[in-house]
Design a protein around this ligand. Structure first.
Ligand code: B16
Ligand code: MG
Length: 252
């Protein structure tokens, strides 16, 4: 098989075990998709700035250099793993680590109290409403232990069928556990699920879970997703269904 040629035998997608490799690739049928699992920070709202301000305050207090560029690496990363990235190889005791995580969280919790439905990112509410009308289930798959509060502040709690958050599973993204937990809560199979994510670790987690992945942001960050979009602005369920059905066969 020459380089760049497409053939059904190249497809090794675990969700579609093709018993006869010569048979046609099962096209994505919109009717197969039963649910969407949205990441929260960076997808439905932009708390990255608030996380940054909280980490920055802590870093300043500790005399550790930290800036917005460094904050980018913390996107979708759990609280503990974020702190480890900020601390680098400086030695701290477990008690100090715990105290710093709690302190940063206090700063962050204070900041999210000011959130309102105005903090939903463009396109988010329209897509949530359209999906609900189409009978698609909606879950949240967020690494954050504050996801419940953020959802309430955003005023979307009544649109969400299940929440998988920082309390739901042990293994953080890029492990598939969080999204698998969310799909289970929604009562759907992984291959019936679409994950919408802004972080590389989240896309990796979605693919590891055997789900469809929609990445929001630059290709360098979320290029592994089946479909990459700049944001949810102007995106409809019909658009997405169309785009997913044209996914490059190589990616499946
Ligand atoms: P918390 P997501 C993630 O949320 C954030 O992107 C990440 O910056 C944060 O450290 C993590 O949640 C944990 O949040 O400290 O509130 O438990 O993108 O998975 O919705
Ligand atoms: Mg995120």
């Amino acid at each position: 098989m020459g380089h760049g040629e497409k053939d059904t035998t190249e497809i090794t997608n675990p969700q579609f075990p093709i018993s006869n490799p010569q048979s046609p690739i099962p096209n994505l049928q919109s009717s197969n998709i039963q649910g969407f699992i949205f990441d929260l920070d960076g997808v439905l709202t932009d708390t990255a700035e608030l996380h940054y301000l909280a980490w920055k305050k802590l870093a300043d207090e500790e005399g550790i250099p930290f800036d917005r560029e460094a904050n980018e690496a913390l996107r979708g990363v759990s609280r503990r793993a974020s702190l480890m990235l900020i601390l680098g190889d400086k030695p701290y005791s477990e008690a100090q680590i715990q105290e710093m995580m709690e302190r940063k969280n206090r700063y962050y919790v204070e900041l999210i109290q000011n959130m309102t439905p105005q903090d939903l990112l463009p396109g988010a509410i329209a897509l949530l409403d359209e999906l609900r009308q189409a009978g698609i289930k909606i879950g949240i798959g967020s690494a954050s232990k504050n996801a419940q509060t953020v959802i309430e502040r955003l005023g979307i709690a009544d649109k969400i069928d299940a929440i998988a958050d920082g309390y739901s599973v042990q293994e953080p993204k890029p492990a598939p556990d969080l999204f698998l937990y969310a799909a289970k809560q929604l009562g759907i199979e992984p291959e019936q699920s679409v994950v919408v994510e802004d972080a590389a670790a989240g896309i990796e987690a979605a693919l590891a879970a055997g789900m469809w992945a929609v990445g929001l942001g630059p290709v360098e960050r979320v290029g592994a997703a089946h479909v990459v979009l700049p944001s949810l602005e102007g995106i409809t369920w019909a658009d997405l269904r169309e785009q997913l059905s044209h996914v490059s066969r190589q990616k499946r």
